[in-house]
Write a protein that binds this ligand. Sequence first.
Ligand code: PLP
Length: 492
Amino acid sequence: MTAPIPALPAKIDPLVRAFLDSPGAVAAALDQFGSPVHLVFPQVFAENLAQFRSVLDHVLPRYRICYAHKANQSRAFVRTAARAGIAIDAASPQEVACAVAAGFGPQRVEVTGPKGEVFLRDLIDRGITINVDNLWELARIAELARTKVPVLLRVSGFDDGQVSRFGVPLGHVERAFELLSAHRDRIAFLGFAFHLDSGDTGERIRAIDACLALVEQAYGYGLTPSVLNIGGGYRQVFTADADQFDAYVHALRESLLGHGTPMSWGSNTFGYHVAGGAVHGIPVFHKYANTIPATKMLADLFTAPLERHGGRTVAEVASDNLLDIWLEPGKALVDHAGVTVAMVEFVKEIADGTVLVNLDLSRDSVTPADQEVMVDPVILPRSGGGETAPVGVYFAGRLCLERDLITNHKVWLAARPSPGDLVVFPNTGAYHMDLSAATASMRPPPIKLAVARHGGDFQVCLDADYEPELPIGPPQHQSTPRRSPRIPTQAP
Ligand SMILES: *Cc1c(COP(=O)(O)O)cnc(C)c1O
């Protein structure tokens, strides 16, 4: 019996799969627009959003979804978000401009992240909600504001030993209270905000609990926060088969110890620490092991009991206190809504027999350099035929740099590819396509195209030209004038 071939099957959205399976469709797009390309699927984005809403509608009377624009530069996604009636989280002047051009009014834009003087002045002029990162920013807003500036206060440091470069540390919030209280005529304090990179529900619950305590404290300063912004960080599911993923990773770890066939390029250990005959640590690709969808994370979060509140759930406590919950999902809305397509230029063998498949793409267009894409690409052969024995390969990039390997782990293909074959990297929409893409060797980044299904047909256009045909979404749950909020004191 021979061991099964190690594989990392990718989960692929049915709409994306249908496009890839349409005979000649991908090749036609590349013939028209060139190679390589990023394909975005705004209808998949819209479907992710619909699923978010259906979970939140069940548990929360009031909420606001702010799409975190930085996950992808796609204008089609931003247009889709605008048309669907949600809000947007922008993190640069350029993202604000894109949002405004796509139809977002200032009431639907929130700005997070570090902001310098110039950006801050612009946001104040426009009346855009500022998610304040630090005390300098808050003091500067107080000095510059002429009319009431809507402000959220980002806080951080909920767990001991947890460091973040963002937000006001819990221990410094008192200074913020003093500023907010002293400048109530110029600052409309909406409430507290946090954002955790972690997918851990327990961590998120502790952060919510800490913010609820801050809400209580804020009343003591005459402030009446009405928003709790719990940020993003809802995870993606990349793999179609967790068992095969685990088996691949097991074989990879064995190979790092010198057992079995080599599976890594050069001296790459993927963040593992190999010592004393064992493999330790968490790999750079740990997100690919996730099997819990964002919607499940959300449902678990809002139905979790809060000890300090007599076991009432997060959703119940938020609603008891008339708090609007704001969320800033980025990757979860873009999950499965983008792929990257490149072409095989040539296949070569190096001295030890290792096979390299060279593409017209560079690594930074499919993944930030310090990470690793751990789902198998889909090969679309230009023509049939050729030998069909499985072959283990590394995908190499177009740059004249030793490090421009697109995969540092070995990928097994059903057959050795040929020049002209197309290679599709699944699920590159969130942070893979453009977060790190550079113009090394004067090569422009791949063109971005939007793909939409109308009836049985697919239409492909430049991302910038895409106009959504969505029905107008239900209006975002708006804040209503509120009675005096009540926060229960400690549970008996
Ligand atoms: C990046 C970012 C997000 C989005 O995070 P995801 O993990 O993509 O959901 C949300 N809020 C803030 C403040 C961010 O910086």
